[in-house]
Structures are given as structure tokens and as C-alpha cells.
Design a protein around this ligand. Structure first.
Ligand code: TXA
Ligand code: MG
Length: 362
């Protein structure tokens, strides 16, 4: 398959491909997504194929404005509207109850399919999107091109991150091409992603609401709006035998470059010194570090994460740094880790997962 590279002027072409059941790489403010018509089970199935994604890992739906929530969800709690008001469009995904079809809708279905992609399940969203759960993740992204495409397509767009399953998420068109060239119909060029880590996922069907994945909206800001928010244990530690994280995707090894990663935690100066002491002179070690320490490791490939206190910049650069280590062909990666304040929690979570929780505390 030839993958078309679309310019920002080609929104209607992107929408047309989605409407006709194809796959389009779409820019969002967090990472690039791999989008398809979220109401078309056949199109959605092809997302799993292109990514090599396990079928039990549900997708989230992207909508152009909060008013679409009621098309897809029911029993929407008041907390969800407050979050939408404050953070949408923006890097927040809410887990909500999937809308069941009304008796009239079920009756209409009996008269035959409305279009070629109509599925006949009791819920409005096909099971292949939700992996059969009765909840669905909803997100309204803060990227004008992305929302314009969804609006033009006229359907909620199912989109996981556009990486091959297990790899770091794509934050540029180049990353998208690296993983998906030849496997999908098109990629819409929307420039580099400004947030750099995926959206924050919060389950608002739980009382109190539960953070399932830290991301572009900091936990502190959610607590500002909601008061109490619980943390799913899968955020900070590996799941044990028989334990299930609430976001199915959190159980998989993730965000991982080809080389093994060792995360070093502690004050920036100490972790930088620890890495210097343990770098092998003969082994092809790479280092991901804060800008302040970038010239400490001559002779080794180094990727900068921005300043040690600039967690926004750390987030923006993280996935690129992991991919760049692959390009350099290093045998092992040492990475400094920020603290968990603000966007730091998302960066720490992605690094821990990239390292399979191989962590050194200094
Ligand atoms: O920023 C983002 O969220 C990006 C961009 C493209 O929008 N998308 C993204 O999708 O990161 P994905 O599929 O890579 O991650 C979505 C996560 C997965 O871990 C999945 O298990 C979880 O959301 N998820 C989806 N539906 C869920 C549900 N009903 N309940 C709990 N977790 C769910
Ligand atoms: Mg992903």
C-alpha cells in the first residue's frame, strides 16, 4: 500500500479516507494517532492489524466538541462536564459509560443497515473499539487540524497512538512514517506534537474518580477541579501475577526502544554522577539526560530532555529521545528521571515502563 502524505490543506481528503473505511495518521497535541471511523468495526479492526496491537486493548474515541459526548455515552456524571469545561479541547481522556441503543434505534436496525459499516450490537459503539467493555474513552484533542478532520468526517474517530505496538509513541510525521509507511492509507502532516506524551486518562465512572494514566493534564489540576482523585496502582509499579490494571493497555511493555533502559532516580546531580560512574567504556551505552549534564558523557550518544526542572520540556522530548537512541544503535540506555510534580508523573511513568521497571534509586 502506498501511504499518502497529506498537507494541512488536505483536511477533506483525510476525512474522505476515514469515511470510506481507511486509516489515517492524524496529528494531535499529544502524539500522532492512527485514526479510523469509530463506528465501523471493519475499519477499526484494521487499526489493530497495522499496529500489531492485542485485541483486548480498547481504543479511545476522538470528538470535535463536548456536545458529541451524548451521541456515544450515557449516565454522564456532572464531574465529566466540569472536566470538559475546564480541559477540553485538551489532553484529557474520560472513561464513561457507553450509550446503549434506544428501542427506536434497535427497531430501525431491523429494517436493514443504515450504511455499509453499520454494526448491530446493543451499544452504539462497536465492541471492537471497547474490547467488549461497557465503558468507552472519550477525548477532544487540542489540535485544530485534528478536530477539523473529525468534524468533516462526521463520525467519532477511534485512534490509538500511531506507533507499532510496544514502541515509543510518534511525536512527528517522521516518527509516523517510520512505523506506518506502507501500512496505512495516509498521514496528515500537522507538525511536531506540542505535549509529547499521551493524554491523561481518568475514569469518571468510579467514585472517587480514578487516574488510570498520567499524561498531558497534571494530576494536581484534576484535583483542583474534582477534589479527590485516586491513582491506579499500575501507574507507579508493575502489576503482579493475576492483577489487572483498569486501563488494559497499562499491562503491556510499552514505550520501549530496542535497547534495554535503566532509569536512575534521585536528585539530578546525583543521578547524573551515578550514570557517569557506571557507563561502560567498551559497551555502546547511550544517555538520556537533562540539559545541565549533556556534556558529561563524551564519546557516548546523548539525548537531552531539557532542563531538570522543566517537566513540560522533558515530556515534549521524551519519546523522540527514546527513538533517537534506536537510531544511534546503542546497546543500553541510561536515563535520568524527573520528580513526579506536574507533567513529571507522566514522564516518570513512561520511563519506568520503557525500562520494564528496571530502576536504580540513588
Ligand atoms: O493522547 C492520546 O490519548 C493518544 C492520542 C492519539 O489521542 N491516544 C492514545 O491511545 O494514547 P492508546 O490507545 O495508545 O492508549 C489508550 C489507553 C490504552 O491504555 C487503553 O487500554 C486505555 O486507554 N483505554 C481505552 N478504553 C478504555 C476503557 N474503556 N477503560 C479503561 N481504559 C481504556
Ligand atoms: Mg499507545
Amino acid at each position: 500500500m502506498k501511504t499518502e502524505l497529506l498537507t494541512p490543506n488536505e483536511i477533506s481528503r483525510a476525512a474522505e479516507i476515514i469515511k470510506s473505511g481507511g486509516l489515517v495518521g492524524i496529528p494531535t497535541e499529544t502524539v500522532y494517532g492512527l485514526g479510523a471511523n469509530g463506528l465501523d468495526p471493519v475499519a477499526v479492526r484494521s487499526i489493530f492489524q497495522a499496529k500489531g496491537r492485542p485485541q483486548d486493548n480498547p481504543l479511545i474515541l476522538h470528538i470535535p466538541d463536548p456536545s458529541w459526548l451524548e451521541r456515544c455515552c450515557e449516565d454522564i456524571p456532572e464531574a465529566a462536564w466540569r472536566l470538559a469545561e475546564r480541559f477540553w479541547p485538551g489532553p484529557l481522556t474520560m472513561i464513561l459509560k457507553c450509550r446503549r441503543r434506544t428501542p427506536e434505534e434497535l427497531e430501525a436496525l431491523k429494517k436493514g443497515p443504515i450504511c455499509s459499516c453499520t454494526h448491530t450490537g446493543p451499544r452504539i459503539i462497536p465492541d471492537v473499539v471497547t474490547a467488549g467493555l461497557d465503558t468507552v474513552g472519550m477525548r477532544c484533542p487540542a489540535h485544530d487540524l485534528c478536530r477539523a478532520v473529525i468534524q468533516a468526517a462526521g463520525v467519532p474517530v477511534a485512534a490509538p497512538s500511531g506507533n507499532t505496538s510496544g514502541r515509543p509513541s510518534p511525536t512527528s510525521v517522521g516518527d509516523m512514517l517510520e512505523d506506518m509507511d506502507g501500512k496505512i492509507d495516509a498521514i496528515l502532516d500537522g507538525g511536531d506534537c506540542q505535549v509529547g506524551v499521551e493524554s491523561t486518562i481518568i475514569d469518571v465512572t468510579a467514585v472517587p474518580p480514578r487516574l488510570l494514566r498520567p499524561g498531558g493534564i497534571p494530576l494536581e489540576e484534576l484535583r483542583d477541579v474534582l477534589g479527590k482523585v485516586e491513582l491506579d496502582p499500575a501507574i507507579l509499579r508493575p502489576m503482579g501475577e493475576g492483577e489487572q490494571p483498569r486501563a488494559p493497555g497499562m499491562k503491556y511493555r510499552h514505550y520501549a526502544p530496542k535497547a534495554p533502559v535503566i532509569v536512575v532516580k534521585g536528585s539530578p546531580a546525583r543521578s547524573a554522577a551515578y550514570i557517569l560512574e557506571h557507563l561502560s567504556p567498551t559497551y555502546w551505552d547511550g544517555v538520556i539526560c537533562f540539559d545541565e549534564f549533556a556534556d558529561w558523557y563524551p564519546g557516548h550518544p546523548v539525548e537531552r530532555l531539557g532542563g531538570a526542572l522543566d517537566h513540560w520540556e522533558n515530556a515534549r522530548r521524551l519519546f523522540h529521545a527514546l527513538r533517537a537512541m534506536d537510531e544511534a544503535g546503542v546497546k543500553r540506555i541510561w536515563a535520568q528521571s524527573p520528580d513526579t510534580a506536574g507533567l513529571g508523573l507522566a514522564v516518570v511513568n513512561r520511563l519506568d515502563k520503557a525500562a520494564g521497571f528496571h530502576i536504580v534509586e540513588v
